[in-house]
Design a protein around this ligand. Structure first.
Ligand SMILES: Nc1ncnc2c1ncn2[C@@H]1O[C@H](COP(=O)(O)OP(=O)(O)OP(=O)(O)O)[C@@H](O)[C@H]1O
Length: 447
């Protein structure tokens, strides 16, 4: 069995690992660290929770210690604050003896303060592509000409043209980083974007993938629960009650499909006195960060989230993931359920499946190469709470309608369109906000 010493890692880094309770390398670390130390580009595809972050943080720190200068390494990540902070924290903790300077460049935070930080030449920059590209376009107080490492974490997501398309921003960034660099790409789901990724890691990359048929971890007990749409919430309440009664130290993440649903479910679960808190993209960054901190520190044991929390988040206390909706893409399923059963721990995932979602479950099973097992539930118990749950949900919906939630959503959508250049100049945001305020005033009065 490999040790960190046999991978060529310096004494001081092994000591840092020891302090973090990391004794032996995981497979992705064992395979990728030597290749990165040799100077090769690297693509690492390993299951969720298998230690991919340290697989790139450790060799980068070792190289940084040999020749320290800023800006030495740029890490790109698709989601804003949460994941970026987590990565920066691993650099900070493992790189403590170096007096490491890092900087986080993500949307929703003050541009001027970020520009100032960038001008101070931090060793490590962790950024989302959109905000970093904005800085590159608008500022000449920093440059990335000497970057030695470019890392794309959740690399496949960065190249996808989903609801947020990063490709234009990536082009801007790739235009300013030197061609002579090491490029490291990591994800639990790299394979369907391999060709695009190879055009970024051009230097005959070392490619490592878990050689296992099943694409989720063995320690994860994957279940499904057939629940018609109208009784889904009653099943949800029943499940949470059951887990809370049986394991009061367990934390649960519930994934849902929209921000609005996330908000309503949180309100509803709170009505039932569950310690629930939400995380979605319509919340202010500060609020998102605060909520996540409360969940991580176990003040709140139930987190209701959209897919902003599906990738990368590493919270060891999460024992259960519930999919309130069946994910439309198997890849999203893999990342969502990967929030539990991390680093060798056990975990359970339960996917609520309506009669219309069977084909989605088939697609998931085909992709992960494993069958989900049915989760047994006492229907009688669910029926007992059905009316109360549905009435409470309706009350929460009405309450939410009386706020300006929908208008805020519209404003965010239009802002996004302006940012993406789709509606430049055509929209007067101030006027729109004013109209929205009047509309929600009217709505409040009628309710
Ligand atoms: N060699 C190791 N031994 C034990 N624990 C480790 C080791 N390396 C990393 N860890 C821990 O494992 C956990 C998961 O690691 P990490 O977040 O890097 O997973 P990941 O592979 O990036 O997962 P995801 O695909 O979900 O982002 C972290 O808490 C990390 O500190």
């Amino acid at each position: 069995m490999a040790t960190f010493a046999s991978l060529g890692l310096s004494e001081w880094l092994m000591e840092q690992c020891k302090q973090m309770g990391i004794a032996r390398p995981t497979q992705v670390q064992e395979n990728c660290i030597p290749a990165i130390l040799e100077g090769r580009d690297c693509m690492g595809c390993a299951k969720t929770g298998s230690g991919k972050t340290a697989a790139f943080v450790l060799p980068v720190l070792q190289k940084l210690a040999e020749d320290p200068y800023g800006i030495f390494c740029l890490v790109l990540t698709p989601t804003r604050l949460e994941l970026a902070y987590q990565i920066a924290e691993q650099f900070r903790v493992l790189g403590k003896p170096l007096g490491l300077k890092d900087c986080i460049i993500v949307g929703g935070m003050d541009m001027v303060a970020q520009a100032l930080e960038l001008s101070k030449k931090p060793h490590i920059v962790v950024a989302t592509p959109g905000r970093l590209a904005d800085h590159i376009r608008s500022s000449d107080t920093f440059n990335m000409k000497r970057i030695r490492f470019l890392i794309l974490d959740e690399a496949d997501r960065l190249l996808e043209q989903g609801c947020t398309d990063f490709t234009k921003d990536l082009e801007v960034i790739l235009g300013v980083v030197p061609a002579k660099r090491q490029t490291l790409l990591f994800s639990a789901t790299l394979t369907d974007t391999l060709q695009e990724l190879k055009s970024i890691a051009m230097n005959k990359p070392f490619f490592w993938e878990n050689k296992s048929d099943v694409r989720t971890v063995e320690e994860l007990d994957q279940r499904y629960l057939l629940a018609p749409e109208k009784v889904k919430d009653a099943y949800l309440v029943h499940l949470i009650q059951k887990f809370q009664d049986e394991h009061d130290d367990w934390s649960i993440i519930i994934f849902t499909n929209t921000c609005k649903n996330c908000q309503i479910l949180t309100m509803m679960l709170r009505e039932f006195r569950f310690p629930a808190i939400s995380l979605h993209s319509m919340m202010k960054q500060r609020q998102r960060f605060a909520n996540l901190a409360k969940f991580k520190s176990n003040i709140f044991k139930v987190l209701i989230a959209t897919d902003v929390a599906a990738r990368g988040l590493d919270i060891p206390t999460v024992q259960v993931v519930i999919n309130h909706n069946t994910p439309g893409l198997p890849k999203i399923y893999i990342h969502r359920v990967g929030r539990t059963a991390r680093a060798g721990r056990r975990g359970v995932s339960i996917t609520l499946v309506t009669q219309y979602d069977i084909h989605l479950v088939n697609a998931i099973e085909e992709q992960i190469q494993a069958k989900l097992k049915e989760y047994p539930v006492e229907e009688k118990e669910v029926l007992k709470i059905l009316t109360q749950v549905n009435v409470t949900r309706r009350q929460c919906e009405i309450k939410l309608e009386s706020t300006d939630f929908d208008e805020k959503k519209e404003i965010n959508k239009k802002k996004q369109m302006i940012l993406e250049g789709k509606k430049r100049g055509k929209m007067n945001l101030k006027k729109f906000k004013k109209r929205s305020r009047r509309k929600s005033e009217r709505c409040r009065k009628t309710n």
